[in-house]
Design a protein around this ligand. Structure first.
Ligand code: SAM
Length: 248
């Protein structure tokens, strides 16, 4: 049985897809997708030897070697352009995820869905999607074993639609009159802000605590750069609190 997190990622994979799961570790996601008959074919990519061997073993033991190709390599280097139509990347930081997508963007031809679950730094992923003309289609948030995860799904859109993607991040006024900047929308999620859930509030309460700790650390130093940074963190906290107060 999959974890709730991987199950929610699996639920977003369209029936009949060809999937590349990058950073597949034990290849649990492609194994499940193949066993359930959801996908036609999968590539399980891994850059590290241990997880690559674990994935190889898992696929062999599940008798799925014909459906899942386990490949060793960095990011999208394991796929050929046009080979898959869905890419899943889960369980790593958002900035690593964005750099994997950036380095492999010439491989994205024919890809219709990107299903991404960054552990931190979701703003890096949203910014990359926006800059590269991918439409953020949905945002999901879940809590499992005391951890909160976001799943961002993006779809490919025709060139003429790419010009409209900025609209999602256009500065807007919330019901309580607070303005949310593009930066804040990239950080907190344009759909999450429209339809704030309890788990999302919990996430941001805990992010505020982390920011308060960072601010406290910075305030211990009198160096000019630290003072400026502390002020910046303080401003960020103020804005996040305003957004939360407006939506509660
Ligand atoms: N995707 C699985 C999940 O969500 O449960 C495994 C997540 S695991 C925490 C992250 C995996 O990504 C590790 O197995 C690591 O070896 C792999 N990884 C990290 N950087 C990578 C890269 N540049 N290319 C491919 N795999 C990478």
């Amino acid at each position: 049985k999959l974890s709730k997190r991987l199950q929610m990622i699996a639920d977003r994979v369209p029936l009949g897809s060809k999937v590349a799961d990058i950073g597949s570790d034990h290849a649990l996601l492609p194994t499940y997708l193949a066993q359930q008959g959801i996908i036609l074919f999968a590539v399980a990519g891994e850059v590290n030897l241990g997880p690559f061997e674990a994935a190889t073993r898992q696929v062999l033991e599940s008798g799925l070697s014909k459906k899942i190709s386990v490949r060793s390599g960095d990011g999208l280097a394991v796929i050929e352009a046009g080979e898959v139509n869905v890419i899943t990347i889960a369980g790593m930081g958002g900035s690593l995820m964005a750099s994997i997508l950036e380095a492999g963007k010439h491989k994205l031809q024919g890809v219709t869905h990107l299903i991404l679950q960054p552990n931190v730094g979701e703003d890096h992923v949203r910014r990359w999607l926006l800059q590269q003309g991918w439409k953020l289609e949905s945002e999901t948030i879940l809590e499992e074993d005391g951890k909160i995860y976001e799943i961002l799904t993006a779809i490919a859109v025709p060139d003429e639609e790419k010009l409209t993607l900025e609209v999602l991040y256009a500065e807007r006024e919330l019901p309580g009159g607070v303005r949310v900047s593009k930066e804040r929308l990239l950080q907190m999620g344009p759909y999450f802000i429209s339809e704030a859930s309890e788990v999302w509030f919990t996430k941001w309460e805990s992010e505020l605590k982390k920011l308060a700790m960072i601010e406290g650390q910075l305030q211990l130093s009198s160096a000019e750069a630290s003072v400026a940074k502390a002020e910046q963190v303080g401003q960020e906290m103020k804005e996040i609190k305003e957004v939360l107060a407006c939506l509660q």
